[in-house]
Design a protein around this ligand. Structure first.
Ligand code: SF4
Ligand code: SF4
Length: 487
């Protein structure tokens, strides 16, 4: 018996379906607390092929976004240095925090809704961990080191020249692809053109981006080359709180206990005309071949029920379907289903939590759309210069108020803002520079001095209207209350 088969037997080959002791242990950690390496076998089935197409599309999106241009700008550019974030031609600035709030809240609500409906479909189909590990790094590993059993044998074997060459080749290839992914990641933040320029020069000319790329590359090589399923089972916060988001109506990868149990090997029966394969009448459809366990990237036995370690990768579905085809039984012993369906109850799609998440998500989408369409390219805030001494007396009966006018120019070009006081000829405005230039994406505070004779005040106050204009696109009128002596 191979080590993998032995592991299968230990993990559930003849497990009692109501035995729950597995819930207190992690398959990937042995009793001494050491890492137990998982060698998942490759199984190609209908779902695997669909997942592979989705994964390649997602990889293409990730790799291409920094190189695509929309409106002359990088399609997705998260320019932290300039605090400027561009998404498909629309630029947001650090001052657009309301959009960040909408986006983060909207993403959280979508995740709640998605998880309540589809369980961990995200983990199995679109999580970067799954996409890059299962469809980039594991294929490299299989290419160099062979099948699951060959890989297990290679790891157990002594360090021969062949083993050293295979390990070096695998890690060199993984490091190369980790470098491609890390460089692409950096391009989202510094820009693809700057990245190319930096790559053409010496690393010593740009030490910070160079070391950032090396660190990212190291993190990816560590994650996809060694840490792997440990991230999902030990670190990922989504795996932790998903149990609070899911209920018995959420879609899961589930084993049909009623149909599969009692499990048992297909036995050979001897008849008059030779031998033929039959299954005992008392046996369920599970022939206890263990393939569903051997293909599992987290090493669990789905027949024990829903488990935290299950990333819904569907490998066990494809594996079991291939076995069901061979033994001529209906597919779907392991399938996408719900806990309610498995226990013979109806599955309800629209339920209170789904309805609540839907309403909140729709509300946030509406607010986001409203904020987007009413978004101004210039933000103006007027503040009093000094609250404790709001005015200053000049010669004669002249009074001056000191104001701070904060301008945020969110457009992609420099603007020149002109200021004027409307409908009050006796009140004059002094500005250091009028019009006042503000760079693209810049925030400037302009000092304004409003000078007026005391006679314009009523009860020590006077409302004025200040016009801020950038012809021909922008004009805003702000109201401000002048203060002076109440005599
Ligand atoms: S692959 Fe199917 S038949 Fe084989 S052990 Fe798993 S559930 Fe049973
Ligand atoms: S139990 Fe099945 S779906 Fe879950 S992680 Fe293992 S192989 Fe993937």
């Amino acid at each position: 018996m191979s080590e993998e088969q032995q592991g299968t037997e230990e993990r559930g080959g003849d497990a009692d379906p109501v035995e729950q002791s597995f819930r207190d242990t992690l398959y990937t950690v042995d009793k001494q607390g050491r890492r137990r390496w998982v060698y998942p076998s490759l199984v190609k089935g209908a779902i695997f092929h669909k997942r592979r197409i989705v994964a390649y599309c997602l990889m293409a999106v990730y790799l291409s976004m920094p190189w695509l241009k929309v409106g002359g700008e990088q399609a997705v550019f998260l320019d932290l240095m300039q605090r400027r974030f561009t998404f498909f031609g629309v630029t947001y600035w650090a001052t657009d925090t309301i959009f960040l709030l909408f986006v983060l809240t909207g993403l959280a609500l979508s995740l709640f809704l998605f998880t309540a409906l589809f369980g961990r479909v995200w983990c199995g189909w679109a999580c970067p961990e799954t996409v890059f590990l299962e469809f980039l790094f594991r294929p490299i590993e299989r290419l160099v080191e062979g099948t699951a059993s060959q890989r297990a044998r290679l790891d157990r074997s002594p360090w021969t020249l062949e083993k050293i060459c295979k390990k070096l080749l695998k890690h060199a290839l993984c490091a190369y692809f980790a470098w491609v992914l890390a460089s692409t990641f950096l391009a989202y933040f510094i820009g693809s053109e700057i990245l190319i320029t930096m790559m053409k020069g010496s690393p010593l000319d740009n030490p910070v981006p160079f070391f950032l790329t090396l660190i990212m590359m190291g993190v990816m090589a560590f994650q996809f080359g060694w840490f792997r399923e440990q991230f999902c089972t030990v670190l990922c916060p989504y795996a932790r709180f998903q149990s609070a988001l899911m209920d018995d109506n959420s879609i899961v990868v589930g084993y049909d206990v009623a149909r599969g149990e009692p499990r048992g090997k297909v036995r050979k029966a001897r008849g008059g005309c030779g031998s033929q394969e039959v299954s005992s009448d008392e046996k369920g459809d599970c022939i206890d071949c263990g393939l569903c366990v051997r293909v599992c990237p987290t090493g669990i036995d789905i027949r024990n029920g829903l488990q935290l370690e299950c990333v819904a990768c569907t490998s066990c579905i494809d594996a079991c379907n291939s076995i069901m085809d061979k033994v001529e039984r209906p597919r779907g012993l392991i399938r996408y289903t719900t806990e309610n369906a498995l226990s013979g109850k109806d599955t309800r799609i629209l339920r209170p939590r789904v309805f609540l998440y839907l309403c909140l998500a729709a509300l946030y989408c509406g607010l986001f759309a409203y904020a987007l369409f009413t978004r101004a390219e210039t933000d103006i805030t007027i503040l009093r210069g000094a609250v404790d001494s709001p005015f200053e007396r000049l010669s004669g009966d002249l009074i001056v108020n000191h104001l701070h006018l904060k301008i945020s120019n969110k457009s992609k070009e420099e603007k020149k803002y002109a200021f004027a006081i409307l409908d009050a000829e006796e009140i004059s405005l002094k500005v250091p520079l009028n019009p006042f230039p503000v760079a693209a994406g810049g925030i400037q505070t302009v000092p304004l001095f409003v000078q007026f004779p005391q006679s314009v005040l009523e009860g020590g106050k006077r409302k004025i209207r200040i016009e801020i204009r950038d012809d021909p696109e922008f004009r805003k009128v702000e109201t401000f209350t002048l203060l002076g002596p109440n005599e």
